[in-house]
Design a protein around this ligand. Structure first.
Ligand SMILES: C[S@@+](CC[C@H](N)C(=O)[O-])C[C@H]1O[C@@H](n2cnc3c(N)ncnc32)[C@H](O)[C@@H]1O
Length: 199
């Protein structure tokens, strides 16, 4: 249901970014040594599963999501971490060649400096020669009618906390923690890659 409704319907129709465009991002950046933060249904990992995975660390506060995705991936290389990207003490101490954080930042509680904290912790997980990649729905964007309705519902129910999120603040937070930052827009979605974590 999540794959169908969120990735194949809401993402293209409300936010302007197709599942194929997100798939292409995974195809380009997923490495044999990967951490996925905010695993959801594991759709992109399972469609681009690698035969040569040395490890794939799944990081999410929801144990049910971790269990579901590790079953879906069918590789013994999976390691599950019940952890919160806002709390560095819960995160694995390793660094990874690729770190995915897709459609996670817009879900995080916007009070305080949580988006910046999340990006700082994502930089900690990224190896010196590694790449962070992902996408996030920006609240401060040109939304269509469906997007505006979903923004209202998702922010009212707490599924999203992104009304103030914009491309400039995303770029600012990423640039504070990575030497190289690239953002590509698909209407309300910012697809980002960042490399060269600043220690
Ligand atoms: C909208 S889903 C995105 C799933 C998937 N990455 C995708 O692209 O379809 C958001 C995921 O982020 C997780 N999440 C929410 N808050 C988190 C946090 N503080 N730290 C890590 N993951 C979090 C949720 O449990 C959920 O699995």
């Amino acid at each position: 249901m999540y794959d169908l409704f969120v990735l194949h319907f809401t993402s293209p129709r409300a936010w302007g970014c197709t599942a194929d465009e997100l798939s292409q991002m995974y195809r380009q950046h997923l490495s044999h040594d990967h951490a996925e933060v905010g695993v959801g249904s594991g759709y992109f990992l399972s469609s681009h599963g690698r035969a040569d995975w040395t490890q794939v660390s799944l990081i999410d506060p929801n144990p049910a999501a971790l269990q579901y995705v590790s079953r879906r991936l069918t590789t013994p290389a999976v390691i599950r971490h019940v952890a919160d990207i806002l709390d560095a003490t819960t995160l694995p101490p390793q660094r990874y060649k690729s770190v995915g954080a897709n459609y996670v930042l817009h879900c995080l509680d916007a009070s305080g400096d949580s988006k910046r904290t999340a990006i700082a912790n994502l930089a900690r997980l990224t190896a010196d020669d590694g790449t962070l990649f992902g996408a996030t729905v920006l609240g401060d964007a040109e939304h269509n009618r469906l997007g505006r309705a979903l923004m209202r519902i998702c922010n009212a129910t707490g599924a999203f906390d992104n009304t103030a999120d914009d491309e400039a603040s995303l770029r600012h937070h990423l640039s504070a923690h990575f030497h190289t930052v690239h953002i590509e827009r698909r209407r309300a979605v910012a697809m980002f890659t960042a490399s060269g974590p600043i220690r």
